[in-house]
Ligand binder design. Sequence first.
Ligand SMILES: Cc1ncc(COP(=O)(O)O)c(C=O)c1O
Length: 367
Amino acid sequence: MQFLDLTAQYKSIKKEINKAVNKVLSNAHFILGEEVTELEKEVAAHCGTQYAIGVNSGTDALLLALMALDIGPGDEVITTPFTFFATAEVIAVRGAKPIFVDIDPKTFNIDTDKIEEKITAKTKAIIPVHLYGQPCEMDKIMEIAKKHKLYVIEDCAQAIGAKYKGKNVGSFGEFGCLSFFPSKNLGAYGDGGMVLTNNEKLAEKIKMLRQHGSRKKYYHETLGVNSRLDALQAAILRVKLKYLNKWEKGRQQKAKKYNQNLAKIKGISVPYLAENNEHVYHQYTIRAQKRDELQQYLTQNNIPSVIYYPVPLHLQPVFKNLGFKEGDLPETEKAGKEVLSLPIYPELPEKNQKFIIEKIKEYYKKN
Ligand SMILES: Cc1ncc(COP(=O)(O)O)c(C=O)c1O
């Protein structure tokens, strides 16, 4: 059994993908160009924003967002310590300081009641992360941002298509950042990412930054980077985007099935779904008592599972200089010891899911 079977997805759309790839190979326009421009329009429409700018990865999407807002040395950026490393890495790479706020134990997202106490004169932005595909409490975050004049950069790497009060994630703040890493809900066949925005000036700035600070070839107005989306990835993503709603419904159905069967087991909490949210289940993540033993038991039965994330960012060696010690962000640390993500993808065979459920039930009967 695999944790994620990307070949099953490829098989289902093989003809269309191969046609799209061959078209790019034939016209030999490999970087940016029409495929990227069209994908940008289509993703913007899908996510309910006016602009979308294709870049090299989700990490670069976040980095360029910070660059566009001139966030750097001396600045502080509030975020969650319970996320993939890149979210905080880019803050530090810019020379700014990540300020970690503990999470809400129910949703695993940043605890909005704990943000304001961390705001100082140096705070410039908040980066909420819609973890596992579940939106953060965006009303509250936008209200705090407005009150304290802070930018909001949404990390939507795991949550394309997710909605808060019917509105797409990535359309609330100055920027929304997408990742097209192959395992993501909309995954490329390599690295890729996109920056969403409703602000024309900021969109222009991101376009410049992704291309060595240049609007016109060989004329450079500012320092930038090389972070362009390539046409092969864009062509593949254009095919896949058409199926995204259907695939995300598939994920929701698989999640429902898990919920129906696992919710009553003593020793497990199934994912909490906040009232205003549409969750796209990039991951189906339970909290489990005796988590490590459960994982071992599943492994023995050939069932893969993953811990996202075993070491919270405030306790990572690279952030030692921030002065955190164990116990400082208790909900995050507790989650790191209890979470377990189970296989979830639209093509997950029913018999596999049944087997996973059976084995989890069996484990808790025995233990
Ligand atoms: C929450 C989060 N932020 C940022 C990233 C970085 O995206 P990428 O791998 O495309 O650079 C990822 C995924 O890898 C992620 O899960």
